[in-house]
Design a protein around this ligand. Structure first.
Ligand code: SAH
Length: 253
C-alpha cells in the first residue's frame, strides 16, 4: 500500500491532522516525532518539519529513507507576494525556488550549484488533485471556519492559486523586502521557509512532492499581526479539510 508523507511547519497544523488520524504510533528519529497511522484508508506518516530549509530537508530525508513514503505533501502558511494573492487564499505550488540561493557569479542567481536548475517542479498530478480539493474547501469556507472567523479576518471569497512558491531562511516582514523579492522573482506568488528545500530532497530521491500553503500575511510591515491566531483559527482548519478531502477523493494506487 502506498505511504503518504505529510509535513507541517507549525504545531497547530500538525495537531489538526493528527486529530483525524486514529491510533497513530509515535516513532522518534533525529529528535523528531514521526506519527505513523492511517487517514482516509491510506497509510500516512505525519511530522512537524520544524522551521527553515535545513530542518525541513533533514525531516524530508528521514521521511524518504526511514519511512519510504511514496509521495510527500507539505502543508503550511506563507506570505502572499503576487498581486491578488490575499490573506485567506491558498497557493498550491507548481514549482519552488530558493530565493536566498546566490552563488553568483559562479552560477546564475538562484541556481542550486551542481543541479543546473533553480526551479524544482512539484508533481503535476498530485498538485492538480490538491488544488481541486482546496477549491472545494474554499467554496465552503464559511462552513469550515464559521461566519465570525470569516468576518474577523475579512476573508471574502478566498481563492486558490497555482504557481511559483519561493523559500528562504527569513521571515519576510517588511514592504522593502517583499518588493525586492517580487523584483528578483516576478512570478512568485508566495514566500515561506521550507518548501523549496523539501522539493530538492524529493527531486534527489525521485519521489513526487506537492506543497499547499494558506496565505497568512502579505510579507509586509504588518506580517506579524495576528499570525498565531490565524494559524489556529484558519490555516490549521484549511489544512485538515484540504488534505482530508484530497485523500478521500484520491484515485487508489
Ligand atoms: N510564530 C511562529 C514562527 C513562524 S515562522 C512560531 O512562533 O512558531 C513562519 C512560518 O510560516 C514558516 O514556517 C514559514 O514557512 C511560514 N511563513 C508565513 N509567512 C511567511 C513570511 N512572510 N515569510 C517567510 N515565511 C513565512
Amino acid at each position: 500500500m502506498a505511504v503518504i508523507g505529510i509535513m507541517s511547519a507549525l504545531h497547530e497544523e500538525l495537531a489538526a491532522v493528527l486529530a483525524d488520524m486514529p491510533d497513530e504510533q509515535r516513532v522518534v528519529v533525529a529528535g523528531r516525532d514521526f506519527w505513523v497511522g492511517q487517514w482516509q484508508g491510506y497509510a500516512v506518516v505525519a511530522v512537524l518539519s520544524r522551521i527553515g530549509k535545513v530542518a525541513a530537508a533533514t525531516t524530508a530525508t528521514v521521511m524518504l529513507e526511514r519511512f519510504g513514503v511514496d509521495a510527500l505533501v507539505f502543508t503550511g502558511v506563507a506570505g502572499g507576494l503576487g498581486p491578488g494573492v490575499s490573506v485567506g487564499d491558498v497557493v498550491v505550488a507548481s514549482g519552488l525556488v530558493q530565493h536566498d540561493m546566490d552563488a553568483s557569479p559562479l552560477f546564475p542567481r538562484h541556481e542550486v550549484p551542481l543541479y543546473g536548475r533553480a526551479l524544482f517542479e512539484a508533481d503535476a498530478a498530485l498538485s492538480a488533485q490538491l488544488a481541486e480539493a482546496a477549491q472545494q474547501v474554499l467554496q465552503s469556507a464559511e462552513w469550515h471556519l464559521g461566519p465570525d472567523t470569516l468576518a474577523q479576518f475579512q476573508l471574502s471569497s478566498p481563492k486558490v492559486h497555482q504557481g511559483l512558491i519561493v523559500s528562504g531562511d527569513r521571515f519576510v516582514s517588511t514592504n522593502a523586502e517583499s518588493q525586492a523579492l517580487c523584483q528578483a522573482l516576478p512570478d512568485a506568488l508566495a514566500v515561506e521557509m521550507e518548501g523549496a528545500a523539501v522539493a530538492q530532497v524529493c527531486w534527489d530521491y525521485g519521489v513526487p512532492f506537492a506543497a499547499v500553503r494558506t496565505i497568512s500575511d502579505r510579507a509586509d510591515d504588518a506580517a506579524h499581526a495576528d499570525f498565531n491566531r490565524f494559524i489556529r483559527e484558519v490555516a490549521s482548519r484549511y489544512s485538515r479539510a484540504i488534505l482530508s478531502q484530497w485523500l478521500a477523493k484520491r484515485p487508489p494506487v
